[in-house]
Design a protein around this ligand. Structure first.
Ligand code: TPP
Length: 294
């Protein structure tokens, strides 16, 4: 008996582009890129049904290596772009991607308020613990004492405890994976896209060129998926296992609260409306105002 071919799609190849990848050999961005395409395909989302927003950095160069609606913004500013787009058209799943440099220095204020506001978007942290694109300067997440290109004698500051910081803001969704685990990342992205509010996804990303401490091998040896008994609704426990990486780095869906309404759901002016803001502005005739600019 022959098996009928599924011709309905979408397929991984629909997300491909002809642009050559310029990431270093063995860069963790390859794994993250693959998992995103896999997750969107498994959710049966077509490239024209999703918006992928990129920050500036090595990871940001993914914006032209994937077919979808993509947006490549300014360094540290991906969250406001992504949130704005989602609020204008909440029917479209929106994912925002940022490096640890962008997200915990330049754009840290946006991250704080995105978690506080519970914007209904997915945020993926490409956590390679350095500023990759500008050739390996220390970020707030570089391990203390590590010698980096900007600080050959080792960085003096404490490493920012990013997970504790995120949990202190009472997030509604926190997951962690590493760039070598494509099946786990795929599952996490799928769950994150289905989350009601702001989904924070920390991907520990190997950077073979500049990060000589949290290497692919190190991550492979230390990352440990949470077991089936892990209670994702237990905030205290999730925070504790997220923060304590002394023995294992626990990965998987760490915490989810499905009861907190998203920012959009809280907007009184949007309640009960069947239309989106994008549809509504189309009905406004701006031709008279535009004459001022001619
Ligand atoms: C406001 C601003 N500050 C600094 C830069 C320069 N810059 C471009 S990419 C980059 C490093 C990006 O590092 P990260 O955000 O961690 O992403 P990665 O390259 O590691 O993926 C920097 C400092 C910039 N473009 N804009």
């Amino acid at each position: 008996m022959s098996i009928p071919l599924d011709t309905s799609g979408p397929f991984m190849k629909d997300y491909a582009t002809e642009t050559l990848c310029t990431w270093c050999d063995n860069c963790g961005d390859y794994g993250i890129w693959t998992a995103i395409k896999q997750a969107l395909t498994e959710l049966r989302l077509h490239p024209w049904q999703v918006l992928l927003c990129y920050d500036v950095g090595c990871h940001g160069n993914m914006s032209d290596k994937i077919t979808a609606y993509t947006f490549h913004g300014l360094h540290g500013r991906v969250i406001p772009f992504a949130a704005g787009a989602k609020l204008a058209n909440p029917r479209v799943p929106v994912m925002a991607f940022g490096g640890d440099g962008a997200s915990f220095s330049e754009g840290v204020g946006h991250l704080v308020h995105a978690i506080r506001s519970n914007y209904p978007i997915v945020f993926v942290l490409h956590n390679n613990a350095n500023y990759g694109l500008t050739t390996g300067q220390a970020s707030a997440l570089t391990w203390q004492g590590q010698s980096m290109n900007s600080s050959p004698n080792g960085i003096p500051e404490r490493t920012l405890p990013s997970m504790d910081f995120v949990f202190s803001l009472e997030p509604t969704f926190v997951a962690r994976s590493f760039s070598g685990d494509i099946p786990q990342m795929t599952e996490i992205f799928k769950t994150a896209i289905g989350h009601r509010g702001f989904a924070y996804v920390d991907i520990l990303q190997s950077c073979p060129t500049y990060n000589k401490f949290a290497t692919h091998k190190y991550l492979l040896e230390h990352c440990k998926p949470v077991g089936p008994d892990h209670d994702t609704s237990d905030f205290k426990k999730a925070r504790a296992i997220a923060v304590d990486t002394s023995k294992h780095i626990f990965t998987g869906l760490l915490y989810q609260n499905k009861d907190v309404p998203s920012y959009y759901e809280q907007l009184k002016a949007r309640q009960g409306l069947k239309t989106t803001a994008v549809e509504e502005v189309k009905k406004i005739d701006v031709s008279e105002w535009m004459k001022e600019f001619v």
